[in-house]
Write a protein that binds this ligand. Structure first.
Ligand code: NAI
Ligand code: CS2
Length: 493
């Protein structure tokens, strides 16, 4: 069958196998940019270096863009190109780990449930974004009032949410006496496996406590730490790849060369030997996960809000500004690192400096606007957990405070020149209402802190913290983001 990867203009070698070799033992929900450049690439490398036959059935549950990706994958033998872009060179690979690609609009709910209930389906992995779990970010509990969850509770055999699909698939597997599968979350959440487990058990318990008990006994939800900077695909990045590849691949994407995957080794129906291709299996992921969520993602969010407001289009652009570079490193080392307890062999100063180098990669157009998305789902694990540490022990948290203030200013949806900001967030309607009634000053800070799903109840009830945040927010609005970041470095509050 013809595909772009058999075209004579192709400039690199196509894969040595096709999907006929593969068995659909992995079903992945959320075939987005990150999964294609991370888990699927690890699996490809394992297929290239062993007799492993584990293939991935990709499922996109949401959006027209998710459907288009599935349609495009089907047009090109389920293969696609990943461009690993370093500061000085780019390496192209054609990934051939996909066995199937599905979307509800193309295959129906039944088609996806068929894939999830095949006897050989042993792992269901997830990159569905932090909001895909339909949980309260502050507590990790399932939000039973979430519109998708409300739909699925009323129609459990024809779900729409990832959680609903998981529970219905497990119900059918139990009924047909099929083996359970492992649910492998690969999203940027603290204890992501536990978040997935809490959501699945919360949903199952609401429809059938006996099913919830079966899931609790038979299904595993290992935690993972996942790391690779994979910016959203842009027309520019695709054109650049097409020029190097020799053909146009609508499923192509660019990423950094660095990749890391730390996985809790807890699989009920087997797993591929990903440690043969660079992944690490451990008993406790938490130290690695907290290090990454706070040192990398925390500084990413700080740079996203203060960088966007300061007029920087990408993270690499912020790194060109000495004050931003210095502030990011100070946030990492002075306010995130002290909250961590890691094995002695991990050198956090070295890790932080490596992060600054990674952030400075001029080849990646990682937009501050993209990282600013879904802040209501990101702030707790990236900035607020560390903040609580400093409040408990009485240590300085000025960078964390400015990062939170930057988010509060960003969701006002108007930049420092009065231009509109496209704020993308599941709670955007809440922000719009607050923007109308509390557009500025101490009242704005208090109103945003009152969003319990983000800040819980302890933070708004801490008068010293509230006063500090109100002062920081006022300084940010008066001076502007760039000056506020510069004043951080002079120790000026
Ligand atoms: P993306 O936008 O390319 O893909 C998001 C995927 O999630 C799509 O397949 C979409 O259909 C699905 N999705 C979105 N909302 C959903 C919902 N409510 N229910 C079910 N599925 C939903 O984004 P990308 O870059 O693939 O990132 C996805 C997640 O991967 C992130 O949210 C993060 O948790 C994790 N991640 C991303 C990294 C990156 O650099 N892009 C790196 C490390 C982790
Ligand atoms: C970023 C992450 O978009 C964001 O929120 O902070 O996707 C980041 O690129 C990855 O976690 C890096 O591993």
């Amino acid at each position: 069958m013809d595909s772009i990867f058999t075209h004579p203009a192709l400039k690199i070698a196509p894969p040595a196998w096709d999907s006929a070799r593969l068995q659909p033992r992995i079903v992945h929900l959320g075939c987005g940019a990150f999964h294609r450049a991370h888990q699927a690439l690890y699996q490809h490398h394992l297929l290239a270096s062993s007799d492993c036959d584990w293939g991935i059935c990709e499922v996109n549950l949401m959006s027209a863009s998710g459907q288009l990706l599935v349609e495009n994958l089907r047009q090109q033998q389920l293969q696609y190109c990943v461009a690993e872009k370093g500061a000085d060179s780019t390496t192209l690979q054609i990934i051939a780990a996909v066995k199937e690609a599905l979307h509800p609009a193309l295959d129906g709910c039944a088609g996806i449930l068929r894939a999830l209930t095949r006897p050989q389906a042993a792992i269901v992995s997830l990159t569905i974004t932090e909001k895909g779990y339909c949980t309260q970010a502050a507590t990790g509990e399932l939000d039973l009032t979430h519109p998708l969850i409300e739909h699925d509770l009323a129609h459990p055999t024809t779900p729409k949410s990832a959680i609903g699909y998981l529970v219905e698939a497990l119900r059918q597997r139990r009924e047909q006496q099929l083996p359970p599968f492992t649910v492998l979350s690969c999203d940027n959440l603290r204890e992501n496996g536990h978040v997935a487990r809490t959501a699945v058990l919360g949903f199952a318990d609401a429809i059938d406590p006996a099913l919830a008990a079966w899931i609790k006994q038979h299904v595993s939800f290992p935690c993972t730490m996942v790391d690779r900077i994979v910016p959203a695909v842009t027309a520019e990045s695709q054109q650049e790849i097409a020029a190097l590849l020799g053909v146009e691949d609508p499923c192509a994407l660019a990423c950094e060369p660095f990749r890391q995957w730390v996985i809790e080794d807890n699989f009920v129906s087997g797993r591929p030997e990903w440690d043969r291709v660079g992944a690490q299996f451990v008993t406790d992921v938490a130290p690695f996960e907290l290090m990454k969520l706070r040192m990398l993602n925390g500084s990413h969010s700080f740079l996203a809000y203060l960088g966007y407001l300061g007029g920087f289009h990408t993270i690499a652009d912020t790194m060109q500004h000495p004050a931003y570079r210095k502030a990011a490193l100070a946030l990492m080392m002075a306010e995130q690192a002290p909250t961590l307890s890691l094995p002695a062999e991990i050198n956090l100063q070295q890790y932080a400096e490596q992060l600054i180098t990674r952030f400075s990669n001029p080849s990646l157009q990682h937009r501050t606007w993209q990282i600013a998305m879904d802040g209501s789902q990101k702030l707790p694990q990236r900035l607020l957990d560390s903040l609580r540490h400093h409040l408990n022990v009485g240590t300085d948290y000025r960078h964390l405070a400015l990062g939170i203030a930057g988010w509060m200013r960003y969701v006002l949806a108007r930049d420092e020149h009065g231009a509109a900001i496209d704020v993308v967030d599941p709670l955007s309607a809440t922000f719009t209402a607050i923007n109308a009634r509390a557009p500025e000053g101490d009242a704005r800070v208090t109103a945003l802190l009152a969003i319990e799903a983000i800040f819980g109840t302890d933070l708004p009830a801490n008068p010293a913290f509230v006063a500090t945040l109100q002062h920081t927010y006022q300084q940010l609005c008066q001076r502007g983001a760039r000056a506020a970041v510069e004043s951080l470095n002079q120790g000026v509050r």
